[in-house]
Design a protein around this ligand. Structure first.
Ligand code: PEP
Ligand code: MG
Length: 538
């Protein structure tokens, strides 16, 4: 049994096909005809562009627009003068042959991206490799598109699967894949989840441990691979697979169900999103609304703050798409582990206890107001609720609401409308707010418990540290007491209480949270249906 990272749920039993990377020798010969070499490069870049356009079209057909976005990014890269220009410069300055020029530039860019702190950016090194290897293959006259899989029930095993490899997988034949490298947020993992085929990644040397024709079992739930299992094990996994599929089918029946407990209490099960387009997954999984829109993602991976207009469009889109269902938008929660390249932040010993979220917004009202104005203007398009992150005391909430009032007055002056029905709430993610919930509840419209942070602050266990992860326990009695106090505090003032931290989707925790009287659960969209099932059985 080989253990890796579970990247996409499900079970598969099938035959191995080891995907060999096309090997191309990178020679160090120099060239004399510099212009000739540069035009060879241009030709290969053009050919690559045409190939990627085709893959993009096929991906739109098979997986939809959103999944094809990665190829748009690849095309942009090929148009980027810094990228292709750097290759030309290699030829100009060092008389490098075109293949070596591409390889050198690729290695430099990959090194920069792999050195970045942000996991998402690190994973983007894979895009650079994918595009560069395509140019190299075209320069060498090799065909990258031959991903011909003849047999059904094939399990593809590869060092890594590039987005273009994954897009070319024949879904009628490939039932799972395994890779040596990658994490849960690598493209191949994301694609596997979209295709709904099991995948285990980060298996280190799986390409060496199996060979073509081996029978393997892929357990995408536990992240396990079993090579050449005996009949008993195969039988066991066939049963597991059937049970998994039956349950998945059964869960689909709950898409339109309005979740109620056995006692008849209606509970909302909503989805967490980071980008406006993520609403589609929430809708497809039967979410009752959006319980957390992490707006900081609108501010990330760019060079400047998003404008009021841009934000207004994003919020309006989500509100309209949700057609009157509740949409809880959290104001900017930057700082801690989330940094913006264009915003200077102080060096701190403990950024998680430092200048972040509402603290930063209250200190920089010129940034905060842009977002609040966009939210107010968008509010007329749906059922908007706004919450502030990292509130520790009533004063912060009041200061935030004073700025909201300023924005309302400005908009009125400008003749711009906003809804009078917006609810204003806070995230309860600092123990002080939980302990003081009954007081805070007198002033706010609702609470949403952010357990990801509440747990780390209560137990003094950094949520990012593997070393202390054994302490990070959602079911710790102290954490449970804080949650209970928060819900009771809200109810004592006739207010509702939701939860948008990971714990809301934790199947083991849900019955306890229902028992405490939690009114709304918000989670990643794939957890919505399993959560609904547990709640109706409570
Ligand atoms: C939380 O802290 O539980 C939460 C939902 O916010 P984030 O994970 O974005 O910090
Ligand atoms: Mg938080």
């Amino acid at each position: 049994m080989i253990k890796g990272i579970a990247a996409s749920k499900g079970y598969a039993i099938g035959k191995v096909f080891v995907h060999e990377e096309v090997e191309i020798k990178i020679g160090s010969e120099t060239v004399d005809n510099i212009e000739g070499e540069k035009s060879k490069l241009q030709e290969a870049v053009l050919k690559s562009k045409n190939q990627i356009k085709k893959i993009k079209e096929n991906t739109i057909k098979s997986m939809g627009e959103e999944k094809a976005e990665v190829f748009e990014a690849h095309l942009t890269l090929l148009d980027d003068p810094e990228f292709v220009g750097a290759m030309e410069m290699e030829i100009d300055n060092n008389k490098s042959n075109a293949i070596k020029a591409v390889d050198d530039v690729m290695n430099t860019f990959v090194m920069i991206f792999e050195g970045m702190e942000d996991e998402y950016m690190r994973e983007r090194a894979a895009d650079i490799k994918d595009v560069s290897k395509r140019i190299i293959a075209n320069l060498a006259g090799k065909d990258l598109s031959s991903f011909a899989i003849a047999e059904e029930n094939t399990i593809v095993v590869a060092h890594d699967l590039t987005p273009s490899d994954t897009a070319q997988l024949d879904k009628d034949k490939v039932i799972a894949f395994l890779t040596n490298i990658g994490g849960r947020t690598s493209h191949s993992a994301i694609m596997a989840r979209t295709l709904e085929i099991p995948a285990v990644v980060g298996l280190k040397d799986i390409t060496k441990q199996v060979k073509n024709g081996d029978i393997v079992i892929v357990d995408g739930i536990e992240g396990l691979v079993i090579v050449n299992p005996d009949d008993n094990v195969i039988e066991e996994y066939k049963n597991k697979k059937q049970a998994f599929l039956d349950e998945k089918e059964e869960l689909k029946k709950l898409i339109d169900t309005k979740t109620k407990t056995r006692a008849g209490k209606r509970i909302e099960v909503s989805g967490n999103i980071g980008k406006p387009q993520d609403v589609e997954q929430v809708i497809a999984n039967g979410g009752d609304g959006i319980g957390l829109f992490r707006t900081e993602f609108l501010y990330m991976d760019r060079d400047e703050m998003p404008s009021e207009e841009e934000q207004y469009e994003a919020y309006k889109y989500v509100l309209e798409r949700m057609e009157g269902k509740p949409v809880v938008i959290r104001t900017l929660d930057i700082g801690g582990d989330k940094k913006l390249s264009y915003l200077e932040m102080p060096e701190e010993m403990n950024p998680f206890l430092g200048y972040r979220a509402i603290r930063l917004c209250l200190d920089r009202p010129e940034i905060f107001k842009v977002q609040l104005r966009a939210l107010l203007r968008a509010s007329v398009y749906g059922n908007l609720k706004v919450m502030f992150p990292m509130i520790s005391s009533l004063k912060e909430y009041q200061q935030a609401m004073d700025i909201v009032s300023e924005c309302k007055a400005e908009l009125k002056e400008e003749g711009k409308s906003y809804s009078k029905e917006i609810e204003w709430g806070i995230m309860v993610e600092i123990p002080a707010a939980a302990v003081n919930a009954d007081e805070l509840a007198k002033h706010v419209d609702f609470f949403s418990i952010g357990t990801n942070d509440l747990i780390q602050y209560s137990l003094a266990a950094d949520r990012m540290s593997e070393k202390v992860s054994y302490l990070y326990d959602p079911m710790h009695p102290a954490v449970l007491k804080l949650i209970k106090m928060t819900i009771e505090g809200a109810h004592s003032q006739g207010k509702w209480c939701g939860m948008c931290g990971e714990m809301a989707g934790d199947e083991d925790a849900i019955p306890t949270l229902v028992e405490y009287g939690l009114d709304e659960f918000s989670m990643s969209s794939t957890s919505i249906l399993p959560a609904k099932k547990i709640i109706i059985e409570c």
